[in-house]
Design a protein around this ligand. Structure first.
Ligand code: NAD
Length: 411
């Protein structure tokens, strides 16, 4: 299988072909602007030294400061971080927000680490990439296994050098410049897009049976937003496995188990299923909301949902994408479906710079408007050119980045 960055570049190439992009501009966008790999030392609670590797990749900054999350995961490596950084370039352009694309990661399993170890690791990582960060340079946010607390430590480490700078990171706790609505924005934004898609294709959202892989920030907020609209969430999962109830899960009950530190598999009134089974479940909408590369050439022909909403980043390999397209499964691509997160980050960053706070109702209204605008642009382009939503999304985003590159005179 091609690595994650090669896979994203396959999608980039298809989009670039559609708009007949020049070879020069292709050279600019298929590699990253800057990549840094750093040692991150962590003194463990038992006195031993753990040396892990951290990465920050800035893919393209033609449209604004680099922007992208930080993930802590054993599989994080340069290729994965490059792929995710490139996706951020296309996502920010597609949502038409004034950022470029970046991503960061530390190759580590944080699940067994103490709070003190996580704080030390986060501060050391920030110190080592600090010279590349800043509210007008590069602005991190949470991603897999990082959260508002991680962002608070990053903001503090940055501010210790540069002075109090809440706009240096997004996804912060509310007490230090976080925006009400940001934590829910990725999951909520994905539901706004799903609702718009159902309306566009003449489907009743209330009748869709949804299966969600991953019950972290994105998956759990999606489940809550769907439950609030009386949409049946028939399955959810996390790293320990999944649960299924054809009549619809009690999402509040699952949440209370997870909030108390448990796993979804500890929730009552459901059958156990594996993460693999969840992908092949009898449902209408399948939402990968965990890791990448879960829909592959090996399992795409077994997907029974008629729609896939890519809440996770690059959950579908190009091979699987072709199989799903041939089978008529509609795929709402990651750069659109999970764009609510970075859009919410943009709102938070703007508020920090203006030292002003919106009410959550305004945040959600603006988020809704942005998601619908992007969905409409993608659908209109896809229908005009008779291409998939993914190809349309990439083509539109590449066009915008190429125009900015050309205007700024880089290429
Ligand atoms: P998270 O760490 O909060 O949650 C991840 C979830 O996935 C957890 O429930 C975890 O148990 C589960 N998981 C981990 N490994 C798994 C495995 N092998 N099989 C099944 N489940 C597994 O992360 P998140 O922030 O919710 O991010 C989820 C996805 O959404 C990622 O692909 C991320 O890049 C993408 N995303 C996140 C944001 C954001 O704002 N947090 C924005 C855009 C995209």
């Amino acid at each position: 299988m091609a690595n994650a960055f090669e896979q994203v570049n396959e999608y980039v190439q298809i989009g670039a072909d559609l708009i007949d992009l020049s070879d020069e501009l292709r050279d600019v966008i298929r590699t990253s602007h800057r990549e840094i790999s750093v040692q991150v030392p962590v003194r463990r609670d038992d006195g031993s030294l753990l040396m892990v590797r951290g990465y920050r990749v800035q893919h393209n900054g033609a449209r604004g400061p680099y922007k992208g999350g930080i993930r802590y995961h054993p599989s994080a490596d340069l290729d994965e971080v490059r792929a995710l950084a490139s996706l951020m370039t296309w996502k920010t352009a597609l949502l038409d927000i004034p950022f470029g694309g970046a991503k960061g990661g530390i190759a580590v399993d944080p699940l067994g680490m103490s709070r003190r170890e996580l704080e030390t690791m986060t501060r050391h990582f920030t110190d080592r990439i600090c010279h590349l960060l800043g509210p007008y340079r590069d602005i991190p946010a949470p991603d897999v296994n990082t959260d508002a607390q991680t962002m608070a430590w990053m903001m503090d480490a940055y501010s210790a050098r540069e002075g109090y700078t809440p706009a240096a990171v997004t996804g912060k706790p509310l007490d230090i410049g976080g925006a009400p609505g940001r934590e829910a924005a990725t999951g909520r934004g994905a539901v706004y897009v799903l609702a718009a898609a159902c309306e566009h294709w003449g489907l009743d959202l209330g009748k869709q049976r949804v299966a969600i892989q991953g019950f972290g920030n994105v998956g759990s907020w999606m489940a809550m937003e769907l439950a609030a609209r009386d949409v049946k969430v028939v399955a959810v999962s996390d790293v320990n496995g999944g649960i299924h109830n054809a009549g619809g899960l009690d999402i509040e009950a699952v949440l209370s188990v997870v909030r108390a530190g448990g796993s979804v598999v500890d929730a009552a009134h459901a059958d156990m299923i594996s993460n693999d089974e969840l992908l092949r479940l009898d449902c209408d909408v399948l939402v990968p909301a965990a890791l990448g590369d879960v829909l592959t050439g090996d399992n795409a022909d077994e997907v029974r949902a008629s729609m896939v909403v890519e809440a996770a980043n690059h959950p579908t390999t190009p091979e699987a994408d072709k199989v799903l397209a041939d089978r008529g499964v509609r795929v709402i691509p990651d750069v659109l479906a999970n764009g609510g997160g970075v859009t919410g980050s943009y709102f938070e960053w703007s508020q920090n710079i203006q030292q002003f706070r919106w009410k959550e109702s305004r945040f959600n209204e603006e988020l809704h408007a942005k998601m619908i605008e992007a969905f409409n642009a993608v659908v209109t382009f896809a229908e005009a050119h008779d291409v998939s939503l993914r190809t349309a999304a990439f083509a539109l985003a590449i066009e915008r980045v190429a125009r900015a590159e050309t205007l700024r005179g880089y290429a």
